[in-house]
Design a protein around this ligand. Structure first.
Ligand SMILES: [Cu+2]
Length: 186
């Protein structure tokens, strides 16, 4: 009987271990400018590197100042795990937030943001605000981005639930086996 219990326990652990890696998906590995960095020179682009390829579609990168001004000036370019987005030339000193929303190869959306600071600008201080307002970036994040988040959240939830059911069945089986053994002895 002991052997059956051991086999069941090993199988349960094995299943649990199998479920965890299946859930792992893309995340941001590194970025330029790096999070919380303080730059003397205004950056001209944002580069994000993920641990997994990201899809070419539904990519949004925003660079927003504390006043809400958008400073991203181009459609992000995706190359495998790498993503590059332009920034308006000569952004004024201040704190900026890089926001990103991408879809990884397995279909899961990845969103995040981080700040960086520009401590001084080389050009004239009163540089005019960017003309484009990055109008394209905002609708993409609110309309397309939200739907991808919703659709893909359903799938990963199924695995932990299935795992839980499997474990419960195993525990139930062990209890039944133990009960049967006790009955034989008594
Ligand atoms: Cu994933």
């Amino acid at each position: 009987m002991k052997r059956i219990i051991t086999v069941l326990a090993v199988a349960a652990v094995w299943l649990l271990l199998g479920i965890v890696p299946a859930q792992a998906h893309s995340e941001l590995v590194s970025s330029t400018p790096t999070a919380d960095s303080v730059l003397d020179t205004p950056p001209q682009s944002v580069e994000l590197v993920f641990n997994q390829k990201v899809q070419n579609t539904f990519v949004t990168v925003t660079v927003v100042g504390t006043d809400g001004q958008q400073w991203g000036n181009s459609t992000p370019v995706v190359a495998g795990e790498r993503l590059t987005a332009g920034i308006e030339a000569g952004i004024p000193p201040g704190v900026y937030t890089v926001g990103y929303r991408v879809v990884s190869e397995d279909g899961h959306p990845i969103t995040g943001s981080y700040p960086f600071t520009v401590s001084a600008a080389p050009g004239p201080a009163g540089a005019t605000p960017g003309p484009t307002e990055a109008a394209a970036a905002t609708p993409a994040s609110s309309a397309i981005g939200m739907t991808t988040t919703e659709t893909s959240k359903g799938a990963p939830m199924v695995l932990p639930i299935l795992g839980g059911i499997v474990v419960l069945l195993f525990v139930g089986g062990i209890v039944l086996v133990l009960r049967g053994e006790r009955r034989k002895k008594g």
